[in-house]
Design a protein around this ligand. Structure first.
Ligand SMILES: Nc1ncnc2c1ncn2[C@@H]1O[C@H](COP(=O)(O)OP(=O)(O)OP(=O)(O)O)[C@@H](O)[C@H]1O
Length: 242
């Protein structure tokens, strides 16, 4: 058995996955270092979401391995994978998908409450993250009273409130206008860097990928040569502190 490298928090080897015989991932291998912001870019349909779902344990690839630290995610049973996702991973997708009946802070606190945190602790952490993300003033509002960019920040607060080891961000700004997009992305990357949260960020936007430390590219489910130059640009572009 091949053992994953020590400095990779997440490591995948030869992932293959097909939907009803139609290939979505073809032999994809990659490693993600602790605290790194890794962009996975590629055109629509290139396999980015499928790769993030495999790395985060939502989907077990038909072939290949996924390791989180020294734990083999690909051989875990559904309950163990569920616990790993709940306790160590955060997820933010293109749409906020908030619970409409809950206020902003209650939405952000939800993962902590599901993990068994006390009401007081969950509320404090949720409110802190809403403040950090500049939407503390919306804490008592329900999603329907908020703008899309505010709702997406609440989804981000919800993903960050557990201080996940790895945050998976699948096109997190796809539903936002360009000005909101830049701000939400900067907030995400800055918060991740200041809390040493590893991020895997799927995007079809090459500009978004410049905020990352490193980028890998997919085309038709295969890894192609990574774009060069993203490391310096990504670090330089992010001098805010959250
Ligand atoms: N649940 C599914 N059932 C059938 N085919 C799927 C399913 N999910 C994805 N696919 C197909 O697998 C391929 C890869 O899709 P995937 O969503 O992983 O790519 P993507 O790069 O994230 O695309 P997008 O940017 O549009 O979200 C595409 O051809 C897609 O149509």
């Amino acid at each position: 058995m091949v053992v994953p490298p020590d400095n990779d928090v997440l490591w995948a080897r030869s992932l293959n996955h097909a939907y009803r015989g139609s290939p979505a991932l073809c032999g994809v291998s990659l490693g993600v270092r602790e605290g790194e912001i890794l962009a996975v870019n590629g055109p629509r349909g290139s396999g980015k979401t499928t790769l993030l779902r495999c790395l985060s344990g939502q989907l077990v690839a038909q072939q290949g391995e996924v390791w989180f630290n020294s734990s083999p995610v690909h051989t875990m049973g559904p309950l163990v994978r569920e616990r790993l996702r709940r306790d160590r991973f955060g997820w933010i997708g293109p749409d906020p998908q908030l619970v409409p009946e809950l206020t902003a802070w209650e939405n952000a606190a939800l993962p902590l409450l599901l993990r068994g945190s006390s009401h007081r602790k969950a509320r404090t952490a949720a409110l802190e993250w809403l403040e950090r993300l500049d939407i503390g003033g919306c804490a008592r509002k329900r999603p329907r009273a908020l703008l899309q960019s505010q709702r997406q920040r609440i989804a981000l607060a919800r993903a960050l409130a557990i201080t996940p080891a790895v945050l998976f961000a699948d096109e997190p700004t796809a539903s936002l206008h360009s000005t909101d997009r830049a701000q939400v992305l900067r907030t995400l990357t800055t918060a991740a860097r200041s809390h040493r949260i590893t991020v895997v960020l799927a995007t079809h936007d090459e500009e978004v990928a410049t905020l990352a430390d490193r980028a890998v590219s997919l085309i038709d489910g295969r890894r192609v040569n990574p774009a060069s130059g993203t490391e310096a640009e990504g670090r330089a572009a992010c001098s805010l502190s959250v």
